[in-house]
Ligand binder design. Structure first.
Ligand code: S3P
Length: 169
Protein backbone atom coordinates (compact mmCIF):
# COMPACT_ATOMS: atom_id res chain seq x y z
CA UNK A 1 0.00 0.00 0.00
CA UNK A 2 2.54 2.54 -1.12
CA UNK A 3 1.02 4.73 -3.80
CA UNK A 4 -2.73 5.09 -4.00
CA UNK A 5 -4.41 6.89 -6.90
CA UNK A 6 -8.02 8.03 -6.56
CA UNK A 7 -9.85 8.42 -9.83
CA UNK A 8 -13.43 9.28 -10.79
CA UNK A 9 -15.64 11.91 -12.36
CA UNK A 10 -15.60 15.56 -11.24
CA UNK A 11 -17.49 15.70 -7.95
CA UNK A 12 -17.01 12.00 -7.17
CA UNK A 13 -15.29 12.75 -3.86
CA UNK A 14 -11.64 12.19 -4.80
CA UNK A 15 -10.30 15.06 -2.71
CA UNK A 16 -12.60 14.35 0.24
CA UNK A 17 -11.71 10.64 0.46
CA UNK A 18 -8.07 11.31 -0.38
CA UNK A 19 -7.69 13.57 2.65
CA UNK A 20 -9.47 11.09 4.92
CA UNK A 21 -7.34 8.16 3.75
CA UNK A 22 -4.14 10.14 4.10
CA UNK A 23 -4.93 11.02 7.73
CA UNK A 24 -5.91 7.50 8.66
CA UNK A 25 -3.06 5.76 6.83
CA UNK A 26 -0.53 8.48 7.70
CA UNK A 27 0.51 8.90 4.08
CA UNK A 28 1.29 12.21 2.38
CA UNK A 29 -1.65 13.61 0.40
CA UNK A 30 -1.54 15.36 -2.97
CA UNK A 31 -4.31 16.76 -5.09
CA UNK A 32 -3.11 16.67 -8.69
CA UNK A 33 -5.08 19.77 -9.78
CA UNK A 34 -3.62 21.74 -6.85
CA UNK A 35 -0.06 20.67 -7.67
CA UNK A 36 -0.58 21.72 -11.32
CA UNK A 37 -1.92 25.09 -10.09
CA UNK A 38 1.14 25.58 -7.83
CA UNK A 39 3.53 24.59 -10.61
CA UNK A 40 1.96 26.84 -13.24
CA UNK A 41 1.01 29.65 -10.83
CA UNK A 42 -2.39 29.86 -12.54
CA UNK A 43 -5.84 28.50 -11.73
CA UNK A 44 -7.16 25.50 -13.68
CA UNK A 45 -9.64 27.86 -15.36
CA UNK A 46 -6.79 30.18 -16.43
CA UNK A 47 -4.70 27.28 -17.72
CA UNK A 48 -7.64 26.07 -19.84
CA UNK A 49 -8.47 29.54 -21.19
CA UNK A 50 -4.90 30.77 -21.75
CA UNK A 51 -3.06 27.59 -22.74
CA UNK A 52 -5.82 25.19 -23.79
CA UNK A 53 -6.84 21.71 -22.69
CA UNK A 54 -4.03 19.95 -24.54
CA UNK A 55 -1.43 21.89 -22.55
CA UNK A 56 -3.29 21.10 -19.31
CA UNK A 57 -3.37 17.36 -20.13
CA UNK A 58 0.33 17.36 -20.78
CA UNK A 59 1.07 19.22 -17.52
CA UNK A 60 -1.13 16.93 -15.42
CA UNK A 61 0.70 13.91 -16.83
CA UNK A 62 4.10 15.51 -16.22
CA UNK A 63 3.22 16.55 -12.65
CA UNK A 64 1.87 13.07 -11.87
CA UNK A 65 5.07 11.46 -13.17
CA UNK A 66 7.17 13.81 -11.04
CA UNK A 67 5.13 13.02 -7.92
CA UNK A 68 5.58 9.31 -8.58
CA UNK A 69 9.33 9.59 -8.95
CA UNK A 70 9.81 12.01 -6.03
CA UNK A 71 7.76 10.15 -3.42
CA UNK A 72 7.88 6.63 -2.11
CA UNK A 73 4.32 6.68 -0.76
CA UNK A 74 1.28 8.87 -1.17
CA UNK A 75 -2.42 9.26 -1.69
CA UNK A 76 -3.01 11.14 -4.94
CA UNK A 77 -6.40 12.54 -5.89
CA UNK A 78 -6.30 12.78 -9.66
CA UNK A 79 -8.33 15.09 -11.91
CA UNK A 80 -11.49 13.65 -13.44
CA UNK A 81 -9.84 13.29 -16.84
CA UNK A 82 -6.39 12.10 -15.72
CA UNK A 83 -6.83 8.34 -16.36
CA UNK A 84 -8.35 9.00 -19.80
CA UNK A 85 -5.34 10.61 -21.48
CA UNK A 86 -1.98 9.26 -22.69
CA UNK A 87 -1.29 5.92 -21.01
CA UNK A 88 -1.95 7.40 -17.56
CA UNK A 89 -4.14 4.60 -16.24
CA UNK A 90 -1.51 1.96 -17.09
CA UNK A 91 1.18 4.16 -15.51
CA UNK A 92 -0.85 4.45 -12.28
CA UNK A 93 -1.46 0.70 -12.09
CA UNK A 94 2.20 0.00 -12.69
CA UNK A 95 3.19 2.29 -9.83
CA UNK A 96 0.49 1.62 -7.24
CA UNK A 97 -3.17 0.85 -6.57
CA UNK A 98 -5.97 2.69 -8.33
CA UNK A 99 -9.38 3.26 -6.74
CA UNK A 100 -12.36 4.39 -8.82
CA UNK A 101 -14.92 6.31 -6.80
CA UNK A 102 -18.05 5.38 -8.72
CA UNK A 103 -20.71 7.98 -7.89
CA UNK A 104 -24.20 8.05 -9.41
CA UNK A 105 -25.11 10.60 -12.08
CA UNK A 106 -27.76 12.21 -9.86
CA UNK A 107 -25.37 12.72 -6.97
CA UNK A 108 -22.68 14.08 -9.31
CA UNK A 109 -25.21 16.50 -10.76
CA UNK A 110 -26.27 17.79 -7.33
CA UNK A 111 -22.67 18.30 -6.22
CA UNK A 112 -21.55 19.89 -9.49
CA UNK A 113 -24.48 22.32 -9.63
CA UNK A 114 -23.11 23.92 -6.46
CA UNK A 115 -19.50 24.30 -7.56
CA UNK A 116 -19.71 24.61 -11.31
CA UNK A 117 -17.95 27.96 -11.67
CA UNK A 118 -14.55 26.66 -10.57
CA UNK A 119 -14.63 23.87 -13.17
CA UNK A 120 -13.74 25.04 -16.68
CA UNK A 121 -15.28 22.07 -18.50
CA UNK A 122 -18.76 22.64 -17.09
CA UNK A 123 -19.04 26.28 -16.15
CA UNK A 124 -20.81 27.22 -19.40
CA UNK A 125 -23.29 24.33 -19.22
CA UNK A 126 -26.85 25.18 -18.15
CA UNK A 127 -28.58 23.43 -15.24
CA UNK A 128 -30.83 21.34 -17.47
CA UNK A 129 -28.01 20.22 -19.76
CA UNK A 130 -25.66 19.27 -16.93
CA UNK A 131 -27.17 15.82 -16.41
CA UNK A 132 -26.88 14.98 -20.13
CA UNK A 133 -23.29 16.18 -20.11
CA UNK A 134 -22.43 13.94 -17.15
CA UNK A 135 -24.14 10.90 -18.73
CA UNK A 136 -22.32 11.41 -22.02
CA UNK A 137 -18.89 12.15 -20.53
CA UNK A 138 -19.13 9.31 -18.01
CA UNK A 139 -20.06 7.00 -20.89
CA UNK A 140 -16.86 7.99 -22.69
CA UNK A 141 -14.69 7.71 -19.59
CA UNK A 142 -16.10 4.57 -18.02
CA UNK A 143 -13.75 2.30 -20.01
CA UNK A 144 -10.77 3.99 -18.32
CA UNK A 145 -12.28 4.22 -14.84
CA UNK A 146 -13.22 0.53 -15.00
CA UNK A 147 -9.56 -0.43 -15.25
CA UNK A 148 -9.05 0.56 -11.58
CA UNK A 149 -7.84 -2.13 -9.18
CA UNK A 150 -10.68 -1.30 -6.80
CA UNK A 151 -14.15 -0.01 -7.71
CA UNK A 152 -16.13 1.61 -4.93
CA UNK A 153 -19.80 2.54 -4.73
CA UNK A 154 -18.91 5.99 -3.41
CA UNK A 155 -22.25 6.78 -1.81
CA UNK A 156 -21.95 3.69 0.39
CA UNK A 157 -18.23 4.12 1.09
CA UNK A 158 -16.78 4.52 4.56
CA UNK A 159 -13.20 5.07 5.57
CA UNK A 160 -13.02 1.61 7.14
CA UNK A 161 -14.46 -0.08 4.04
CA UNK A 162 -11.95 1.69 1.79
CA UNK A 163 -9.07 0.62 4.00
CA UNK A 164 -10.31 -2.94 4.07
CA UNK A 165 -10.59 -3.03 0.26
CA UNK A 166 -7.05 -1.70 -0.02
CA UNK A 167 -5.62 -4.22 2.41
CA UNK A 168 -7.26 -7.08 0.46
CA UNK A 169 -5.60 -5.97 -2.77
C1 S3P B 1 -11.37 17.68 -15.26
C2 S3P B 1 -11.57 17.60 -13.91
C3 S3P B 1 -10.97 18.54 -12.97
C4 S3P B 1 -9.74 19.23 -13.54
C5 S3P B 1 -10.04 19.80 -14.88
C6 S3P B 1 -10.53 18.74 -15.88
C7 S3P B 1 -11.99 16.66 -16.14
O1 S3P B 1 -10.60 17.81 -11.80
O2 S3P B 1 -8.67 18.34 -13.63
O3 S3P B 1 -11.01 20.79 -14.72
O4 S3P B 1 -11.58 16.53 -17.30
O5 S3P B 1 -12.91 15.94 -15.67
P1 S3P B 1 -11.67 17.35 -10.66
O6 S3P B 1 -12.24 16.04 -11.08
O7 S3P B 1 -10.81 17.24 -9.45
O8 S3P B 1 -12.68 18.43 -10.57
Amino acid sequence: MQKIFLIGFMGSGKTHWGRQLSKKLQLPFFDLDSVVVETEKKSITEIFSQNGEEFFRYKEKEVMEELVSDHEKFILSCGGGTPCFFNNIAFMKKNGKVIWLNTSVDVLKERLLKERMSRPLIKAIGDTELKNYIVRKLGERRMYYEQANIIVDEEKASLDSLIELLSNE
